[in-house]
Write a protein that binds this ligand. Structure first.
Ligand SMILES: NC(=O)c1ccc[n+]([C@@H]2O[C@H](COP(=O)([O-])OP(=O)(O)OC[C@H]3O[C@@H](n4cnc5c(N)ncnc54)[C@H](OP(=O)(O)O)[C@@H]3O)[C@@H](O)[C@H]2O)c1
Length: 359
């Protein structure tokens, strides 16, 4: 069983450091000409942001609310979620429409319940940001008995997207522009995912011999594959609103958030603390980290340049995904496995028809 450290199965600290340095360089060079105040007016639009209680997700939720969208913040710990909503109301210009909903993305049944509540009570859904996630952390299982990076970062969002899609499709039919968006937070660390990944079975997913970085990298690869193949080049090409719903994956840069606190769990107290202390000074702040996702979720350029399925690494910048991130077969395996696992954990009827629309 894997314990701590960077053995051959987890020899990726170089990639972690390289990713941090690259985002520090691009931030210093001021490469992007887009900030939170450039988000278009979203009056009348509704957004859901998972993980909106902290870090990058908080900044995304805040900026969307400031741009006059109705924003639903979804996260696991209600006291932190309520506090985040209170803070958004306090720091924005007032009169913002923001609400909190508790969800555990590690429980397919709970995701089903919350998604149904949103689908049944909201009139529309223009922007769905799938931000919530476990960072580079040790092996653990969700309430559903699934390796927690895969369970929370991937499966929970897979089920959420499925059960919210009828509402998104309805929204795509309601108005002419802009098209609804589904944005998944991936990471440049997906480039370090092990070549052995097949997404073939639960046994493969629950193999506890992978190191912390590999578990995280696999989940971020899966976020990318869902967006590109499962959604953009998959179910969104068919059904009501086809061609008018965009799915994108993003990399926020290396961002100083609570995720670095998880290094201790992944690599032990001493090395985890050292790694955190050594890397944080080179990282982006959460506001800077929100920009690629805000751009993907709101910029008219996405539609104008038809960037459906792209991997956005900075505002106006895309590409650079791994060969695995372009592997249709891998994406197909992932989609089939996700379907099977959600049905097992939340019932045969847990997934709605991917082409259905909310009446
Ligand atoms: N930070 C980086 O350098 C970096 C780099 C690349 C990609 N990313 C990606 O960006 C996203 C946000 O990262 P971050 O650094 O902002 O993370 P963070 O500060 O640790 O925030 C994580 C968010 O996810 C929520 N969450 C965790 N487990 C959950 C669960 N089981 N159910 C529902 N919500 C859950 C947390 O809510 P609670 O507090 O209530 O648990 C929190 O709101 C992640 O997908 C991450 O992989 C981050």
């Amino acid at each position: 069983m894997y314990k701590y450290g960077f053995g051959t199965k987890d020899s990726t600290y170089r990639e972690l450091l390289s990713s941090i340095m690259q985002s520090a360089i691009s931030t210093l060079k001021g490469e992007h000409q887009f900030d939170q105040t450039d988000v278009v007016d979203l009056l009348g639009k509704t957004a859901v942001v998972t993980g909106g209680s902290a870090g990058i997700g908080f900044e995304v939720a805040k900026a969307l609310a400031e741009s006059r969208a109705r924003v639903l913040v979804l996260s696991r710990k209600s006291e932190r979620g309520e506090e985040a909503v209170r803070k958004i109301r306090e720091v924005t210009s007032g009169g913002v429409d923001v609400e909190y909903l508790e969800i555990d993305l590690g429980s397919a049944k709970n995701v089903r319940e919350i998604a149904d509540h949103i689908r049944n009570t909201e009139e529309r859904l223009d922007i769905l940001v799938c931000d919530a996630g476990i960072g580079v952390n040790k092996y653990d299982l969700t309430e559903d008995g699934i390796e927690h990076h895969f369970g929370v970062n991937n499966l929970g969002h897979f089920c959420l997207i499925n059960r919210l899609l009828p509402l998104i499709r309805k929204t795509a039919l309601l108005n002419q522009a802009p098209a609804p968006r589904i944005v998944q937070l991936s990471s440049s660390l997906h480039l370090t995912a092990p070549s052995s990944i097949q997404f073939a079975s639960l046994e493969e997913i629950n193999d506890d011999s992978l190191g912390a970085n590999a578990l995280y990298a696999r989940s971020k690869l899966a976020n990318l594959l869902y967006a590109r193949f499962g959604l953009a080049k998959g179910v969104l090409e068919k059904g009501p609103g086809a061609g008018r719903i965009y799915a994108l994956a993003t990399h926020p840069g290396a961002v100083a958030t609570e995720q670095q606190d998880q290094f201790k769990d992944a690599y032990g107290q001493l090395f985890g603390t050292l790694l955190k202390t050594a890397t944080i000074p080179f990282m982006r702040n959460p506001e800077q980290g929100s920009l690629s996702t805000l751009w993907a979720a709101t910029s008219p350029d996405v539609e104008m340049m038809n960037l459906n399925g792209e991997y956005i690494t900075d505002p106006g910048k895309w590409g650079g995904e791994s060969d695995q991130g372009k592997d249709w077969q891998l994406a197909d395996n992932l989609w089939k496995l996700s379907t099977e696992l959600i049905s097992q954990k939340a019932g045969e009827d847990a997934l709605l028809d991917w082409t259905g629309v909310k009446p």
